[in-house]
Design a protein around this ligand. Sequence first.
Ligand code: ATP
Ligand code: MG
Ligand code: MG
Length: 556
Amino acid sequence: EAPIVSNFIRSTIESDLASGKHASIQTRFPPEPNGYLHVGHAKSICLNFGVAQDYQGLCNLRMDDTNPEKENEEFAQAIASDVKWLGFEWAGEIRHAADYFDQLYAYAEELILAGKAFVCELDAEQMREYRGNFEVPGKNSPFRDRSVEENLDLFRRMKAGEFADGSKTLRLKIDMAAPNLNLRDPVIYRIKRAHHIRTGDKWCIYPMYDYTHCISDALEGITHSLCTLEFADHRPLYDWVLDNITIDCHPQQIEFSRLELLYTMTSKRKLAALVNEGLVSGWDDPRMPTVIGMRRRGYTPEGIKLFAQRVGVSKSENVVDLSILEGAVREQLESSCPRIMAVVRPLKVTLTNYEEGVTASRTAPYHPQHPEFGERNVPIAREIWVEQDDFAEVPPAGWQRLTLGSEVRLRYSYVMKCDEVVKDAAGNVIELKCSLDMATLGQNPVGRKVKGVIHWLSAEHAVPAEVRLYDRLFTEARPDAVRGADGEYLDFRQFINPESLEVVTAYVEAVAGGLAPETRYQFERLGYFVTDRKDHVAGEKIVFNRAVTLKDTWKS
Ligand code: ATP
Ligand code: MG
Ligand code: MG
């Protein structure tokens, strides 16, 4: 477990607990079920559930479902499953903003009765005009001074379905000259005949986000409502609503900066475009920064949590290179994954001094520092596979691996010398003929040093596997913020890394034949791999995804 790093939100919580302002804390994570969760949401989840855990409080999971047209049940279920997978438990049942529609409606009537809300008939265009901007104060709507009775009657008729979609709104009566545009008589209800995943066709008016969010928080007894910085300007409205209705809870909204991860995108809308246009295989494509994509890629919840700790919580810009995420994942896998050998680009080697039909094996530990992971047999026979990259016809200076006449140590086995290079008609190297020094099993050769150690597999014992080698999805750090010569933003689609997926047929140690989906291994010298949770079937089709390489080799 990584140590807890303090931050300004934790300090606030600690002083609120110390002063007795709150006896215990209650947070919430409020996603809109209009897409799958991404790594930015994961940061928010780790923060909200993490502080609740650390201060013996509770965290709710609330579907912020006030846009019936964009939301669906598939997304809602995926969100719940992602939160669980990350290892967090929400308090009680899953909540929904829609659970509060009756109460939200009652508060709206209360506001009307207090003369603090009115039914407006300006259309969207007029509304913009009347609203003004940062330099120009807004103008009062001509409908602002209707009587309470008229407002109440019209609002009830809006609810009853007497008016066309978009023809009327309910607005708060705050201040059209307020420097903060959010306070210029914001709309809190609109007419929209849309089927809702939870309330069906019961409602034809729906509350707006700002109005819904603060009341939902208060109804749930949230103590600290954590959100991203773009909501700082909405805080006065959050507070205004709660100050002007009869409710005995007033959560404190605290903003932190949004995570921006380079070489990927964290916008649900743009991620949805990648999915809908078939540019990736789905929301769970292992190249996607979605929680479900990272899961399929082989990342662990612990690795993602470690990452969230490292990126921290603050109000300053939170732009983070992808290597920070990969580094946290790698670090966590390092000590938790057993290690085996695999050859992803196989080159055949015949051991000319090893008798045909004979097999010998040595045992080797699954992890050098973790004897409790156990050990397995590493068999050797006359034909073995080595990695194409471990042979060079014309080796660079300092080369310690295979070339004609050189010696290497086969990991956990003998020292082997390359005696002959076999080529096909086109001049490609297709086989090496090598010999073993039979006196070198577990011993250094006499009179010379062999520095290079390579991984390898006995051809008859290894199992074939489909291995998917993933790399970064984009070649640009900010694929959605690249401008062309004319200053216009370029389409992020053109920056998709054409080498972000390579599929190879590899060989893996025999243990790979019987693994359950989502089993992780280090392939020695190659990286961390996971059996694919969808396509891998033990004994039938072996499929591994590369989660991350052993070192950060990516050049930007
Ligand atoms: P998107 O722009 O991708 O649609 P969103 O903020 O609209 O994201 P929500 O479902 O409303 O998505 O987000 C749920 C919670 O996750 C919110 O509290 C939001 O502030 C937080 N969140 C979303 N994106 C990030 C991010 N990049 N970094 C940190 N927190 C985030
Ligand atoms: Mg949102
Ligand atoms: Mg959004």
